[in-house]
Design a protein around this ligand. Structure first.
Ligand code: NAD
Length: 738
């Protein structure tokens, strides 16, 4: 047996080396520099040892591997940027060489002359799947939940360690493109059906099955290295290719609006790579990867969607000197739409929940929501009857506040009414222990105000969930003026326990997310009033990278809620705070036409019975004189949406509501899907550069109004040539703005 730091190599009497990948101090195996160096040595060892006939690589953990450690890419880039200042050409050459390291290693493995089989015991992602594809055989465990994927496109990259060349040489091009451009996961059965893996085996017999492949004479030569190799599904210049390629580019355009350079590059790698010998294909891939890594999109997406997301999930903003809370019991008050969802995600995390409503019937109805959700999960094969029993046993519905006794934290989700909330706070505090935390899920009422009725405002905090609670991954943690560090730590521990992502936000009207979302919808109102055809408004937003058009989104959140918010803003902040044209628009929709949104089947859209699809309400275009669609500049519409939201995010930073750019970025993507390719609201500004962004905002301000006025923070940053990640550097607390 040979021990490496990350691997163990054991060769049995049958001459087969079992290489077990098990990184110390990591919950999941990842490909990093040390792993690559050791793997290189192991290949040499297997080749040099004449008693070894072949090798099986597997993992010593539950999962096979999550793929490459993306911080390795970040390091490569920072070296590149430094070298670039001295010698640009040499810097690119070095980057190209570094990018090719994994490619070269995997090619070495598949041409080493001895057979390798990957025994995939659990989820296998990205670079780890590319490693497996370089093996001559692949066996996957049939255990529940084993997934295979090349998800690089989701962080602005693409499979650049041979993936774009091996996948379409193993499976037909259509499946290959779909798998790589969407980054979606495959089950073991689907991977086998496609031809991506050779066998699916019971978990217990996995390594044995892999060994058997070698014993049965597995050839140490890949199909593409054999003479006369033919592509599955036909060559590029074949009838099948002629059918596929024009459609493939069109579909990609439809799905991405050209916003994701890496996705397009997958098509280029496959198309160009399949026209040339394999090694040339690898070079083509390596060149494109070197280019993609340098794009703003890749850098911003890696930062927000991988690095920052992980940091926030691991508690980057948690006060370090407070002991972690182990939750024995959580109370949820209000078993309505939100409270029922909160009870479900809490029980799913294995925490006992008491779910309180005004009467037992209402509380039980809230628990029944969990039954519905579990039934759907079971239909998809994601939960078992045993999971169901376990989860439901953790939820105790009750109408008696006394049942909250002993809870570590209570989350209030009663009606959005100060008096009702006050009563809930008082009744809960009467039974809760002195150290218990009280969290409100209010969406509009400032936490500082609600905390005034609390006996212990230090323990009072906001936990703003988004609907539907089971799907939405973000929670805004709202700090009232008097909220203490212990409350913050407990709230963050809870969000971590339920596997969601927290952002810490200081108290303000609308907090962070809703302030941005309101800007988005408000700009759509402006466009409607200007007579921009409604379909153009929706399409422009989607072309800008937003997942849901602003009018469709407003239908989901309800138009009468927008009316309420406008009225409240008018009452609290005066005439100047709202645009009378917006008031007129929502009043017309709500009062004259009873169009409240999706909830009453009538909003900006009509909602005919299924299977018919929703469509824009035809009368909407008659409310305002319409502009000639050919004369409306779509690029400007796209900019207006992204800029108005990004400006609000900048204001939120200026006001100290959000203090860490990672939170503004990640929050904007998780909560309302802000153009993910940009890396989020602040990365969008950083990507354009403060100076150019302010110039653009000024132009929009001149043409479309004061909503585009850049805050002083931004004009200062433009003058000083600063970015958000420099000015509010999250890694140097001392540099942070107050
Ligand atoms: P809802 O009307 O569906 O549910 C409220 C529940 O509270 C009802 O079941 C009601 O019977 C119960 N209730 C009222 N008074 C009570 C009391 N004194 N004690 C116990 N239970 C009581 O409302 P919802 O949509 O779930 O919203 C709840 C809270 O969450 C509100 O503050 C809302 O602003 C906030 N919120 C809502 C959303 C959303 O999308 N709906 C999103 C984020 C936050």
């Amino acid at each position: 047996m040979t021990n490496y730091t990350n691997f163990k190599v054991e060769t049995g009497a049958d001459g087969i080396a079992v290489v077990t990948w098990n990184m110390p101090d990591k919950s999941m195996n990842v490909l990093n520099e040390d792993v690559l160096t050791e793997l290189d040595k192991i290949i040499d060892q297997v080749v040099a040892d004449s008693t070894i006939k072949g090798a099986v690589i597997t993992s010593g953990k539950d999962t096979f591997s999550g793929g490459a450690d993306l911080t390795m890419m970040q390091k490569m880039l920072s070296v590149f940027k430094k070298e670039q200042k001295q010698d640009a050409e040499k810097a690119v050459q070095n980057l190209f060489d570094n990018v090719g390291r994994m490619t070269g290693l995997f090619r070495k493995l598949e041409t080493c002359g001895k057979p390798w089989v990957s025994a995939i015991n659990g989820t296998c992602m990205g670079g780890a799947l590319e490693l497996s594809l370089a093996c001559h055989g692949r066996v996957v465990s049939d255990a529940d939940g084993v997934k295979l994927a090349l998800p690089e496109v989701k962080v602005g990259l693409f499979p650049g360690a041979g993936g774009t060349q091996r996948v379409p040489r193993l499976v037909n091009q259509q499946d290959a493109l779909q798998m790589m451009t969407t980054g979606s996961s495959l089950t073991a059965a689907r991977a086998k059906g496609m031809g991506l893996v050779h066998e699916v085996a019971p978990a217990k017999k996995l390594v044995e099955t892999a060994k058997k492949m070698i014993r049965n004479g597995l050839k140490p030569v890949q199909p593409w290295d054999e003479k006369g190799f033919k592509l599955p599904g036909g060559a590029i210049y074949s009838a099948a290719g002629a059918n596929l390629w024009p459609a493939a580019t069109a579909i990609l355009r439809r799905e991405t609006s050209g916003n994701y350079p890496a996705a397009l590059t997958i098509l280029k790698c496959v198309y160009e790579g399949l026209l040339v010998p394999f090694d040339t294909g690898l070079k083509i891939e390596q060149r494109y990867f070197t280019h993609i890594l340098q794009t703003t999109e890749a850098q911003s997406m890696i930062r927000s969607l991988f690095v920052s997301l992980q940091e926030l999930n691991k508690g980057a903003r948690r006060p370090t000197d407070i002991k972690p809370t182990k939750f024995k019991k959580i109370g949820v008050i209000g078993a309505g739409f939100m409270g029922a969802g909160i009870a479900y995600v809490t029980a799913k995390a294995g925490i006992p929940v008491v779910l309180i409503d005004r009467n037992l019937e209402a509380a039980e109805k809230g628990k029944a929501h969990s039954v519905d959700l579990i039934t759907k999960e079971m239909q998809k094969g994601r939960m078992t009857a045993e999971d169901k029993d376990k989860l439901l046993a953790l939820i105790t519905p009750s109408a008696d506040y006394a049942a909250l006794d002993g809870a570590d934290m209570v989350i209030e989700a009663v009606f959005e009414d100060r008096n009702v909330k006050q009563a809930a706070t008082e009744q809960a505090e009467a039974v809760l222990g002195q150290n218990a935390i009280f969290a409100s899920n209010t969406s509009t009422l400032p936490i500082t105000g609600l905390a005034k009725v609390s006996q212990r405002p230090k323990n009072f905090i906001g936990l703003h969930f988004f609907s539907p609670v089971d799907k939405m991954m973000l929670v805004e943690v709202i700090m009232g003026k008097k909220t203490g560090e212990k409350a913050l730590a407990t709230a963050l521990d809870y969000v971590r326990a339920i596997k969601k992502t927290p952002i810490v936000v200081n108290d303000t009207r609308g907090f962070y997310v809703n302030r941005c979302v309101l800007r988005y919808m408000s700009e759509a109102y402006n466009m409607l009033v200007e007579g921009v055809p409604p379909a153009m408004i929706e399409n422009a937003a989607k072309m800008a990278g937003m997942p849901v058009g602003p009018l469709a989104l407003n239908d989901e959140t309800a138009i009468d809620l927008s009316q309420k918010i406008l009225k409240a803003t008018l009452a609290d902040l005066g005439d100047k705070a709202v645009d009378p044209r917006h008031v007129e628009l929502v009043n017309t929709l709500v009062e004259k036409y009873d169009r409240l949104g999706r909830k009453n089947g009538k909003g900006f859209y009509d909602y005919p019975a299924r299977p018919a699809k929703k469509h824009l309400w035809p009368e909407l275009a008659t409310l305002y004189p319409q502009q000639d669609a050919d004369k409306v500049d779509v690029e400007t519409l796209k900019q207006r949406f992204l800029v108005t939201i990004a400006l609000e995010a900048a204001r939120v930073m200026e006001e100290g509501i959000v203090t860490d750019p990672r939170e503004a970025d990640v929050g904007s993507i998780l909560a309302f899907g802000f153009a993910p390719y940009s890396g989020g609201t602040l990365s969008y500004i950083d990507g354009i550069g403060a100076k150019a962004f302010v110039k653009l905002a000024k132009k929009l301000q001149k043409d479309y109004g004061a909503q585009f006025k850049a805050p002083k923070l931004l004009t200062d940053m433009a003058e000083n040539g600063e970015s958000f990640y420099q000015k509010f550097n999250p890694y140097k607390p001392a540099d942070k703005a107050a």
